[in-house]
Write a protein that binds this ligand. Sequence first.
Ligand SMILES: Cc1ncc(COP(=O)(O)O)c(C=O)c1O
Length: 480
Amino acid sequence: MKARDYAPLIAELAKVYAQRSPRSKALQDEAVNYLVDGGSHTLRLIKPFPPRIAAAHGAWLTDEDGHQIMDLWQGHMANILGHNPPEITAPVADAMAGGFGLQTGFTDRLQVDTARILCQQTGSERVRFTTSGALATMYAIMLGRAFTGRELVLKVGGGWHGSQPWALKGIDYHGGIGNGYQAVESNGVPAAVTDQVLVTPFNDPDRLRDLFRATGDQMACFIMEPFIGVGGFMPASAEFVQAARELSQQYGVVLILDEVIAGFRFRAGNMGALYGVQPDLTTFGKIIGGGMPVAAVAGRAEIMELAGVSEGGSRTYETARVKFSGGTYSAHPASMLAARTMMTYLADHEAKVYPRLGELGELARRTVRDAFAAEGIYVHVTGGGGVLPSGDALLPAGSSMYMLHFPFEPDRPIVSPSDCFDPDRCDITLSHTVLDLAMIVEDVFMLHSHAGLSTAHTESDIAFLGEACRQAAHRIRPYL
Ligand SMILES: Cc1ncc(COP(=O)(O)O)c(C=O)c1O
């Protein structure tokens, strides 16, 4: 493999970007005086500086420098109807104007309605709301540990469940797959927690069986994404999900499907249903909030009720076994209104929304592949399809998410994070650093080669994407 030196290309792109975006650059220069690295979410802080966004409508952003940017990042994949869709903003604006929107510190009808629709659409018996996906996965793990009385937590290598103590082992994306995803990747987390976290490879049912055989009787819960998000935008194989369900039942382990990305992305409900699998608990976030900070843990009543205080009068607030509690802003009124509106909209328009998104996803995948191929560059695009053992498509309506990978050997399969984040197998600098910049100077935002479409995107947006990819590929070609 020829060593690729992208430094001159990155420097050239950074220069073009800085010249065309002086206001965003000036804001970054100011931001670093107050904010760590200039912001509050590392992923958003692309180098040399992020575009500072002033407005966002549908598929498009406007930045401080007045560029119109076609957005494929869409609120960390939360915005399935595009940015600020009137279906959500209108009722929220009306509620605010009517004096019911900011925090009350009470509970209300909205929360009941929102819980009802989430339970109905996902086959869950109980739900509790919180404000971020990381909190949802943390509480789900606490519930799993309390329910089983066991210590060990199993996760997937490359699985991202948010920044919380049980989830910061085995997530390494950008430094390669070092140590088989066994590394703890944050300081400040107690070893007493991370020592209890085991890591297994994605889409490898045989290794999963081995692990359950060895440690299943000490395992509290297994948390996994049915559609792995940050780890490469790939559906789990039906064999893997079914093995996870069977083994967890056999060994009395709580199965948690983390659907913070997948929930309501491929159907108006949970993705587990597409596999014919009902997990013990599911975590939700992103889309369900309709653009507001809503996340949830939902699932079997007997596990969820461990968070409660009412079991036969024997538990009190003080003795509730899992403190899935507190959260000043949990089930915030405007958030519940946005969540109820979004989930109701998706349920009512399911037959239209998802086939349309799948169609756009297919078109985008084809367009991107063709654009790079026209410059002689092979790009592997994950995110499509998936097949069930019955031979049926896992995502009958298709998928609106995709990610670009540039493998050095095009024929080797890419089915797990360890395939696509191994720098010896895929060109990570190209997919993560070069492409971000090469696309933004063409007015397309695509973070680390991840892309998600919304119903606001159109065929002409995809044609715009194709042209941007062609320009980017043309710049990149001489460096390969
Ligand atoms: C699958 C998954 N779980 C959990 C999280 C964490 O969610 P949040 O960023 O809302 O804390 C994310 C965020 O990207 C995610 O993709």
